[in-house]
Design a protein around this ligand. Sequence first.
Ligand SMILES: Nc1ncnc2c1ncn2[C@@H]1O[C@H](COP(=O)(O)OP(=O)(O)OP(=O)(O)O)[C@@H](O)[C@H]1O
Length: 303
Amino acid sequence: MMSRVLKVNNVTKYIEKKEIIKGISFNIEEGEILGFLGPNGAGKSTTLRMIVGLSKPSSGTIEICGASISTQYIKAMENVGCLIEGPDLYNFATGMKNLEMLSAMSKNISKEDILEVVRLVGLENRINDKVSTYSMGMRQRLGLAQALIHKPKLLILDEPTNGFDPQGIFEFREIIKDLVRHKNISVLISSHLISEIQLMCDKVSIINDGLIIKNAKVSDLLSSGTIYWVLDDPLKGQTLLKEKYKADLKIENNELMGNIDLEKIEEMNKYLIDEGIKLKYVGIKSLTLEELFLNLTEHHHIT
Ligand SMILES: Nc1ncnc2c1ncn2[C@@H]1O[C@H](COP(=O)(O)OP(=O)(O)OP(=O)(O)O)[C@@H](O)[C@H]1O
């Protein structure tokens, strides 16, 4: 059975009497990567800061591997590694020295543990160079090594590739996927980059204006779509499908189209043919995560 690594239950946060987080809930199971997606100011950082114990929820509960962050703080935090607001690094020391200083502050971290995280983040060749000579991507990977050094079950990343070039983004993504695959780590990653979430995450929680407007599997979100029919008689097709399936389809450029449950397509095609319509072409255009996100947030701005 998969165990639950993170449980966020009905959490709110007031800052100066203003409700910034308005009762949000989501979970992460072992081995999952959850994307936390939302526009600037939606409340992502505020939420992540509460999960890693940098600020307290006004109400609601947060559990990490079954330990409540309010009543079992130390136990909960033992299982979390995070990279929030850029890593804390000593520029004039080497990467290795930075990791050694950090490990000296906690017990039970061996030289082998340090070498392993260095390998995991791919810094073997540069670890004995001064941090001041590192690129942005390398600094971030060293920060990741710091976050991993005490072998957490849950890794929390706040906009980790902000300002990276495409190569850097690609490398960072591969490192995270490897961690999940080989080290059984679960990840919560916040981003306003939809492509990032689409390429990396199993699940997504979309936050807008302090509310979660969608918790879903990325694959499920992407399986809804628009269908196009090219028929000899689109008007008749429209009427038939409306009568039988209550499908709300429109005609554009002589094509019949609309959003339908894609599982119904085969049945609808057969019905059209049975009713004597000539079916010339059927196409599906899947929605991208970006289109879905815009649809969802647009809808919520109108309230
Ligand atoms: N200390 C604070 N005092 C007052 N308002 C705050 C404070 N911290 C955050 N906020 C407000 O809370 C809201 C959510 O901010 P938050 O930083 O969590 O958003 P975000 O989703 O992380 O956005 P971004 O991608 O821009 O970082 C914003 O409207 C912000 O102005």
